[in-house]
Ligand binder design. Structure first.
Ligand SMILES: Nc1ncnc2c1ncn2[C@@H]1O[C@H](COP(=O)(O)OP(=O)(O)O)[C@@H](O)[C@H]1O
Ligand SMILES: [Mg+2]
Length: 252
């Protein structure tokens, strides 16, 4: 399996607070990588660094072998143009905790927005969006507006939107944390389907059952450092570190 994402020596501070502290991280193509850890441990910052929403102080990220947000010139990293960064970002789907749909656009319009902006002909973008809405179980909601949908439905639209440009990978930042408990399952079902179809996914989640069943690789982050990582049966069922055990113990 090849690496879809490589993060090397990632350091990020806010003022004196080091939020990512020399993080080395790999997510493999076709796999589900779950990032778990306590609130404030740097999970969102790590995810946002992968698509350059959060530039690093030092270290670098590659996706499919290509440096993200920067280029190497004479031994130094130089920031890419905004246009080049947007082009790279369009290959990386991102699903946020709070869906972040465009409220004034219908479901279909939300899903075709990025492809249309990118120059995909409208009939093609619409056909693809309709396929994606079938995939997330919302084919009857194409004309609805976000406010008319439940949180679980909105998040499924957000997932369809994240897939619209056929990205190399999809990043999920606590995709079920904002949902009422009875709506979590329908979103996890979509994530399971994507995983089964071989989508490369990096998922920040507190759903340990989901991570145990679906993730190929689990990373436990604490205070900006990776404490341990490995297959779920190791990290989640037989953790080596006391800190991991303590964290998992608090979740059950
Ligand atoms: N823009 C910011 N400015 C200052 N501090 C921030 C900012 N974003 C995050 N932080 C701090 O960085 C730490 C890690 O945040 P985050 O990556 O969101 O953690 P997690 O997603 O694991 O809860 C937290 O202490 C948070 O308060
Ligand atoms: Mg977070």
């Amino acid at each position: 399996m090849t690496a879809a994402v490589v993060v090397r020596g990632a350091v990020k501070s806010y003022g004196a607070h080091r939020v990512l502290d020399e993080v080395d991280f790999i997510a493999r193509a076709g796999e589900v990588t779950a990032i778990v850890g306590p609130s404030g441990s740097g999970k969102s910052t790590l995810l946002r660094a992968i698509n350059y929403l959060e530039p690093l102080d030092s270290g670098y990220v590659t996706v499919q072998g290509e440096l993200i947000g920067v280029r190497l010139h004479r031994g130094r990293l130089h920031q890419l143009s905004e246009r080049a960064i947007l082009r790279q970002r369009s290959r990386i789907g991102f699903v946020f905790q709070n869906f972040n749909l465009f409220p004034h656009l219908s479901v279909l319009e939300n899903v075709i927005e990025a492809p249309i902006t990118k120059g995909v002909p409208k009939p093609q973008a619409v056909a693809r969006a309709q396929e994606l809405l079938v995939k997330v179980g919302l084919k009857d909601k194409a004309g609805a507006y976000p406010r008319q949908l439940s949180g679980g439905q909105q998040q499924r639209v957000a997932i369809a939107r994240a897939l619209a440009l056929e990205p190399d990978l999809v990043l999920f930042d606590e995709p079920t944390s904002a949902l009422d408990p009875e709506l979590v399952g329908e979103v996890l079902t979509v994530l399971r389907d994507l995983a089964a179809a071989g989508t490369t996914m990096v998922v920040v989640t507190h759903e340990i059952g989901f991570a145990r069943d679906v993730a190929d690789h689990v990373v436990f982050l604490d205070a900006g450092r990776i404490v341990e990582q490995g297959p779920p049966r190791q990290v989640l069922l037989a953790p080596e570190h006391a800190r991991t055990r303590e964290f998992l113990g608090k979740l059950v």
